[in-house]
Design a protein around this ligand. Structure first.
Ligand code: NCD
Length: 445
């Protein structure tokens, strides 16, 4: 049996133990970055970038060259046949294999990396898919925190800015929860963490989002009226709790993000006029005084340049550390290093979404643009209550009734029989009308 190809589509594709081991590998590489030029000799990585990039693409390519491998770059969509109407699936099929041993993909549609992984005959690394995930940036962010703080567990990390559309935030928040860090979200008004991300934090990682008084964070939070906190461990709750409810204590890191305007509709312009900004003044506020300042970059003016030479600012270090950590990622996914840590258990199974039923509700999901190549699929995220998410972009699929393909009966969501249907027999209906139009009938007792 040929071994399963491993892809890095989501940060969840690596176990916490593997991530920790990758940090050690990266630190080893960084001790003499030029000393590993034989590790990937003879191998080629292809950068397929359908969106702009500076750090991610260049640090991936630098990493591959430092490992002695070669790189192919398609950095502009217009230089590829996709400009002639070729599908992503066909492009990836052609590039993987004879042309390259690994594909690094950045694409504006959520779920693009998952589709590429289904099509490719070599490992696919997600370098950002729409507003969905950016797992290698997260590894770079975690690696930086680990180096600066010596550990991640128990750290209090503030995430600020555009939490709705920042893919770096989405991957980071899942990983912080898995590592047992406390997450304090300070979204810019109207740019809160998407509901599907909050629900996943709650249901898959047991991290309960809470509201608190944002003014505790000083000037940074002046424009914001929502703060979520997800204390991982009950005893850590006390860090934030006082008699009035929740209060933010001293934080270890502030992670700023730029407004992801390329993913905003026309209607957000007004909201962004007051976009939050971090400078010396806000960093003087008590809770932030000892925090390190992080940013995936590029920044616009959400971090003032008066912080650039402040020892608490580590955003340029973050960018520099993209090389050793991506060297470790490439060496692992190209099979040139083996880790002792156990990989994650199987990736969640996908089940078909039947024709004529509720499709993925996210208009920028790859399942709507590559209809000929995507097998419409969902993953079951919860049995009780029944909940499903798109297998590509992870957004929740709304449905009001479920059916069973063998009995051809439909059931209300809260009925015990609904929960007993095998996932591969499950049909998700928007409503009764859809269920009856497709020939399903009410279950008789
Ligand atoms: C980020 C991205 O592309 O999502 N940049 C990066 O990879 N370092 C963040 C951003 O563009 O805001």
């Amino acid at each position: 049996m040929t071994p399963r190809i491993r892809h890095l589509v989501s940060v969840d594709d690596l176990s916490v133990a593997e991530i920790r081991e990758l940090f050690s590998v990266a630190r080893g590489f960084s001790e003499d970055i030029r000393a590993h030029a034989n590790l990937c000799r003879g191998l080629i990585s292809a950068s397929l970038f359908f969106e702009p990039s500076t750090r991610t693409r260049l640090s991936f390519e630098s990493s591959m060259l430092r490992l002695g491998g070669g790189v192919l770059t398609a950095a502009e969509m217009t230089s590829l046949s996709s400009a002639k109407g070729e599908s992503l699936a066909d492009t990836v099929r052609v590039v993987s294999g004879a042309y390259a041993d690994l594909v690094v993909l950045r694409h504006p549609s959520e779920g693009a990396a998952r589709l590429a992984a289904e099509t490719a005959s070599v490992p696919v690394i997600n370098a950002g898919d729409g507003s969905h995930e950016h797992p290698t940036q997260t590894l770079c962010d975690l690696y930086t925190l680990w180096i600066e703080k010596g550990h991640i567990e128990g750290l209090d990390v503030v995430l600020a800015g555009d939490l709705r559309y920042s893919r770096t935030i989405h991957s980071f928040v899942y990983a912080l929860a898995r590592f047992g860090a406390n997450i304090v979200c300070v979204p810019h008004r109207g740019f809160e963490l998407p509901e599907y991300v909050v629900r996943r934090l709650r249901e898959e990682y047991g991290a309960e989002p809470m509201r608190a008084d944002a003014s505790e964070l000083g000037a940074l939070a002046a424009e914001s009226d929502v703060v979520y906190m997800t204390p991982q461990k009950p005893h850590q709750l006390s860090l934030f709790t006082d008699s009035r409810g929740l209060r933010v204590g001293r934080v270890d890191a502030v992670y700023m993000t730029r407004p992801q305007t390329e993913r905003h509709g026309q209607d957000n312009a007004g909201e962004l006029r007051t976009y939050m900004r971090l400078g010396q003044e806000s960093m003087a506020a008590e809770p932030l005084r000892e925090a390190v300042v992080m940013h995936p970059l590029p920044r616009r003016d959400e971090i003032s340049s008066d912080l650039d030479d402040d020892p608490r600012s580590i955003y340029f270090k973050q960018a520099a550390r993209g090389v050793p950590i991506r060297m470790a990622i490439l060496a692992l996914f190209l099979g040139r290093i083996q880790l002792e840590a156990r990989p994650v258990e199987a990736v969640p199974s996908l089940f078909p979404i039947r024709a004529g039923t509720s499709p993925c509700p996210n208009p920028s999901c790859i399942s709507h643009t590559e209809v000929r190549h995507v097998r419409q699929a969902f993953k079951l995220t919860s049995r009780d209550p029944l909940r499903a998410a798109c297998g590509y972009c992870s957004q929740e699929i709304p449905f009001g009734l479920v059916g069973c393909t063998t009995t051809r009966h439909f059931h209300p969501l809260d009925s015990p029989s609904a929960r007993k249907i095998r996932p591969d027999h499950l049909v998700l209906f928007r409503d009764l009308e859809q269920a009856t139009a497709l020939g399903f009938s009410a279950a008789t007792r």
